[in-house]
Write a protein that binds this ligand. Structure first.
Ligand SMILES: NC(=O)c1ccc[n+]([C@@H]2O[C@H](COP(=O)([O-])OP(=O)(O)OC[C@H]3O[C@@H](n4cnc5c(N)ncnc54)[C@H](O)[C@@H]3O)[C@@H](O)[C@H]2O)c1
Length: 300
């Protein structure tokens, strides 16, 4: 087992009763695959027949939501963001007092769509995914670009409680579901929403898909052999990230001029508006299929 300097020793990790709602979905399966390796007591809940088949195929026993949620110290909601409003409206009132409800994405929580309770703690935790600069040594670590299998990653969490015992349960759960985890960074729910979607989906993932589009243009429009174009792009993408994010080497003078041309041609002058609160709300409203974000309280 890989251990990390900042991780609590196994003997200090609080064991909890955890309910995974949506256990047959993409994240529910990843989370469940990791939780079976821990000492936590885990209930698996899944509503769709195909999801139920996946839970059964993984050798896990299904539990009714009402039973699981009533017993759980922490309820992990691995359901689609669009379902989080109705799912919390149904399940949060059934949780025991002092329980923790953990969502895996900040959008719905920040948008105020979740049903909350004064005696139930709301928490959100998102995996960072393994860093492009991670020192990978095994084929399994190289293959695990998403994280949660072999390549260590950080996670970012937000907990609406100052109670160290509650934070410890959340951290232990986050370390378990996204294992192997190096660090868990604690921020506010708003900061987590500023990271995801704005920083990593709106910017980083958009640029990733733009690179693919540019590669296709080099091949189809300019007629460069695909293997040559792909090799140049993949190697230079590493250099661009290493120089741009880590300062490994300076970009050459000619490269800086070409970069200026790219910025003038591709980037809008006002692009940093995406970091404004009203733009975050507009982005989240689009993602959650809402007309607008209304931060009203949804307390039961
Ligand atoms: N997919 C990713 O890469 C990824 C990464 C990080 C975080 N997340 C977050 O994880 C959460 C889940 O996303 P996903 O991509 O795994 O979704 P998914 O659609 O793959 O799985 C959702 C599962 O929840 C089940 N479900 C829906 N309503 C339910 C209910 N009331 N009771 C029990 N089960 C129910 C569905 O049947 C399905 O099996 C979302 O909040 C998402 O933003 C996803």
């Amino acid at each position: 087992m890989t251990t990390f300097a900042n991780a609590p020793a196994p003997s200090q990790v609080p064991t909890a009763t955890i309910a995974v709602i949506g256990a047959g979905g993409k994240m529910g399966t990843r989370v469940s695959d990791n939780l079976v390796k821990t000492d936590h007591r885990v209930f698996y809940v899944e509503s769709s027949p195909t999801g139920q088949e996946r839970v059964a195929a993984a050798g896990r026993e299904l539990t009714e939501a009402a039973t699981a949620v009533a017993e759980a110290d922490i309820v992990v909601l691995a359901v689609p963001d669009l379902a989080l409003g109705p799912v919390t409206a149904e399940l949060v009132p059934q949780m025991k007092s002092g329980g923790i409800v953990l969502t895996l994405d900040p959008a719905a929580a920040y948008a105020g769509l979740l049903t909350t309770r004064d005696d139930v703690v709301q928490a959100v935790a998102h995996p960072c995914h393994p860093s492009v600069f991670l020192q990978r040594t095994t084929p399994e670590e190289y293959a695990d670009t998403f994280g949660g299998i072999a390549a260590p990653q950080d996670a970012v969490a937000a907990v609406e409680s100052d109670d160290p015992a509650v934070v410890a349960v959340v951290e232990a759960t986050v370390r378990a579901i996204y294992a192997p985890v190096i660090d868990v960074h604690f921020v506010t729910i708003k900061q987590l929403a500023q990271l995801e979607p704005t920083l990593v989906e709106t910017v980083a993932c958009m640029i990733g898909s733009l690179l693919k589009e540019a590669l296709d243009e080099a091949v189809t429009t300019m007629g460069v052999p695909e293997a040559a174009a792909r090799s140049m792009l993949l190697g230079h993408t590493q250099v661009a990230l290493a120089n741009g994010l880590r300062g490994d080497n300076p970009f050459s003078d000619a490269c800086l001029i070409a970069m200026d041309y790219g910025r003038e041609s591709i980037i809008k002058d006002d692009w940093k508006k995406i970091f404004r609160d009203d733009e975050l709300d507009a982005n989240l409203a689009r993602m959650l299929h809402l007309d607008h974000i209304d931060r009203g309280e949804h307390r039961s």
